[in-house]
Design a protein around this ligand. Structure first.
Ligand SMILES: [Zn+2]
Length: 423
């Protein structure tokens, strides 16, 4: 079987998809249309599977230190947080090192400033202890957009929250601010998003399915070049290849929407198709890539056999930097709950340190970034999709199941029930 994937073509897709594609936005929909258009040109018939999603939009926010000095700071409403009343909320300000349930015991009536994100436990504790609001400190040098998991407000309640630049937070803390006024304008509405699905039916074993996926939405402000126009582009090039060389098993390509607001597209896909999950043998998830400077990491959510196989493949191709056995915070998670193993391939380094900021742009990227990852992804799919007998059993090791449970309950705020075979 000849041919390789064309890194120039992959990069062209990446270029055309690198614009802000916020989850549930018209721009996200435009990206879905572009992807569907590329597939039609390959002679593949895509379908859009729509799902509902809560979409937030925001206007202004400001934090005004009231004592012991007076100064206004520009801040940004955190996704899925609550708007303040028009006049804002005036309250004591407290800085907390470790945002966890124990340290939130004395936050009643206060605005809490902290670094890092929430787990469901810490957010619940913040709300239950009646904090008036929170201020999240962004990373030094770059503004990282902040959002709650979309499940948190419904489960635990909603309070106002904003993101502040690191440098401003440093000034506020070093000058010993004790009181401030927070004004935040944000709203949430019901919206619609879509997954783009395209199938290349297997010639010999059409009921055995391998899913190749990547999300195509981006976060607020970000052109999402490396995260994840890159993975979307590589999946397109792989679809193009296999449309010319259909394998024994079915390849189902899925471009997921709304990954960035809590894997909403992939969770809704798995829920809608739960009866078919028995047919899914494996997931190849492509999330993050395209950076000229970088190296490939393979995260294997599966057993030792699969991990060893990827290590061998890495040596054969000379293309993988490291192989780790773990879960990967991306669209392979909902499949893992059904015991479906996954290979998560990504290229990290250089430009990927700008992920989730406006700096995640094409200036860090180029066609050569697709060569090694394209080679590994293609080789992996050729072998597994054409194997006489599928080489890997379903089911996940108990240590991976443990991490998965923690991720789904703590980070996603969802209920968890492992539906794979016990191992
Ligand atoms: Zn991503």
């Amino acid at each position: 079987m000849g041919g390789e994937i064309d890194s120039q073509v992959a990069f062209r897709y990446m270029k055309e998809l690198s614009f802000e594609r916020r989850s549930g936005s018209p721009e996200e929909k435009k990206a879905a249309s572009l992807i569907a258009g590329y597939l039609r040109k390959m002679g593949i018939k895509p379908r859009a599977e729509r799902f509902g999603v809560d979409v937030f939009s925001f206007k202004d926010a400001v934090f005004e230190v009231a004592a012991p000095y007076k100064k206004k700071y520009k801040v940004w409403p955190v996704g899925y947080s609550k708007a303040t009343p028009k006049g804002g909320i005036l309250a004591p300000l407290v800085y907390i090192d470790n945002p966890n349930p124990a340290t939130f015991s004395d936050v009643q009536g206060k605005i809490v400033m902290m670094e890092g994100g929430f787990t469901s436990k810490s957010y619940k504790a913040l709300v239950e202890n009646k904090a008036k609001g929170f201020i999240r400190i962004s990373a030094p040098d770059r503004l990282v957009y902040g959002k709650l998991s979309h499940t948190f407000p419904k489960k635990f309640g909603q309070i106002p929250g904003v993101t502040i630049g690191y440098e401003d937070s440093l000034e506020i803390i070093s000058k010993g601010a004790t009181h401030g006024k927070l004004i935040s304008e944000i709203g949430t509405r019901k919206g619609v998003s879509q997954n783009v699905v395209a199938e290349i039916r297997g010639r010999r074993l059409p009921d055995e399915v391998i899913i190749v996926c990547g999300h195509y939405d981006s976060v607020v402000w970000s052109p999402g070049a490396t995260d994840n126009a890159a993975g979307s582009a590589l999946a397109l090039e792989l679809a193009s290849y296999f449309s010319k060389f259909p394998p024994a098993r079915t390849l189902r390509f899925i471009w997921f929407g709304c990954e960035e607001v809590g894997l909403v597209g992939s969770f809704s896909y798995v829920e809608k198709h739960k009866k078919e999950m028995k047919k899914v043998k494996m997931v190849l998830n492509l999330d993050v890539g395209g950076s000229l400077i970088g190296r490939i990491t393979a995260v294997v959510t599966g057993n030792e056999k699969l991990k060893n196989y990827i290590e061998v493949l890495g040596k054969e191709t000379g293309a993988i930097g490291s192989v780790v056995g773990d879960i990967y915070s991306s669209d392979s998670i909902p499949f893992a709950e059904y015991g479906i193993p996954s290979l998560n391939l990504y290229r990290v380094g250089g430009g990927t340190s700008y992920i989730h900021t406006k700096g995640d742009s094409l200036i860090h990227c180029g066609p050569s970034a697709f060569e090694a990852i394209g080679k590994v992804a293609l080789e992996f799919l050729k072998r597994t999709a054409n194997a006489v007998e599928f080489p890997f059993e379903g089911g996940l090791p108990t240590d991976i199941q443990k991490k998965l449970k923690e991720y789904i309950t703590e980070r996603s705020g969802r209920s968890y029930e492992y539906k794979g075979d016990e191992k």
